[in-house]
Design a protein around this ligand. Structure first.
Ligand code: GLY
Length: 346
């Protein structure tokens, strides 16, 4: 059975008109690629892949094949410039298509190159990591890092399709799989409910559906979309303070436990809900404590730079009105909760 016939999950990101697109989730869905390319009417394609070229089906049109490398080290403006140079030498036009294949750093970087080349070329993502399938490749945020900080240069550029082929996940190292669970654990608290009993492809579909509904309501991150950043204020600080030794999903997991404790300390949720944060994060096999080597004052300094903060320290927190962005959280309460977190030594 071809993936077109085989049952797989489809989630619409309904941004209206020709900006609406479908996320396909399931084994073998990468085989839909030639059909997507034909539907776009592209006459040429540029594939940028962090996996061996054989991982990507032939798009069915003359194709430029470029290698990429997952990881923060290549998520730079230099890489974007190099990709655009290759596209130009190949003669890619704005009616053609760029295809990314890799983890979230690759879909972010290639997505940005596609958004800039000829002021925008259609892009199709084939995310290969769990983190990229549940979050990074969906919703149109693209970006690269500067020496001054992470994701400081980017654009909103929605893909024309996303093919979350779950066969890619079968060869993921355990650490990389657990990393993806960090974003799934966060989903538990922002509207997806308890996904833990579901098969992995259903958990991915639930996360994508939740994100699709949020992005449809607030594409440009002016309000509701902030809730996707649950656990991320401390999470981003932990990534920076450990020079990315803590992976994004792991850092978000610790940040999620912390967000529960902080909401409890502020009287926004009861003890049972606070405990649920620890229980959910632990059950995904994720870390729950702040590494002992980290200085809470450094973490607070990093958290003050969070892009969501318009006044003081800002966190997405659970509460009587549901999950919302809370500005100007008193530093003493934040510091007290940080001190009270478990402090593992390794
Ligand atoms: N990863 C958060 C967002 O897409 O808004």
């Amino acid at each position: 059975m071809s993936p077109t016939q085989a049952p797989h999950r489809q989630v619409e990101v309904d941004l209206g008109g020709d900006r609406a697109y479908t996320v396909h989730i399931g084994p073998g869905v990468r085989e839909l690629l030639p059909e997507m390319v034909a539907r776009l009417g592209a006459r040429r394609a540029a594939v940028v892949s962090a996996r061996p070229a054989s991982s990507v089906p032939d798009p069915g049109v003359p194709t430029l094949w470029l290698d990429a490398r997952d990881g923060e080290q290549d998520k730079t403006l230099d890489t974007v410039g190099e990709l655009c140079g290759e596209f130009a030498r190949f003669g890619l036009t704005r009616s053609d298509v760029v295809i990314s294949c890799g983890g979230g750093t690759t879909t972010d970087t290639v997505g940005l190159a596609a958004s800039l080349f000829h002021r925008g070329v259609p892009v199709v993502h084939l995310p290969t990591s769990l983190l990229a399938q549940v979050d990074a490749s969906i919703g149109g945020k693209t970006g690269v890092n500067l020496p001054e900080g992470k994701n400081l240069v980017g654009a909103y550029w929605q893909p024309r399709a996303v093919l979350c082929d779950t066969d890619f996940l079968s060869t993921l190292p355990d650490a990389e799989r657990v990393n993806g669970y960090g974003e799934l654990a966060r989903c538990h608290f922002i509207g997806a409910g308890d996904l833990r009993g579901l098969p992995l492809h259903e958990q991915i579909a639930a996360s994508v559906s939740l994100k699709a509904s949020i992005v449809t309501a607030d594409e440009r991150d002016t309000g509701l979309r902030h809730i996707l950043n649950y656990g991320h204020t401390l999470g981003h600080a932990l990534e920076l303070a450990t020079d990315f030794a803590l992976r994004h999903g792991e850092a978000v997991a610790i940040g999620t436990v912390f967000a529960g404790r902080l909401a409890g300390a502020l009287g926004r949720i009861d003890g049972e809900r606070v405990a649920e944060h620890l229980e959910v994060v632990e059950s995904y096999g994720l870390p729950t404590g702040v590494p002992a080597a980290l200085d809470p004052l450094d973490l607070i300094r990093y958290m003050r730079r969070d892009k969501k903060a318009s006044r003081g320290l800002a966190f997405v927190l659970d509460g009587p009105r549901g999950v919302e962005l809370v500005q100007d959280v008193p530093e003493a309460v934040v510091a007290g909760c940080l001190e009270a977190m478990p402090r593992p030594t390794s």
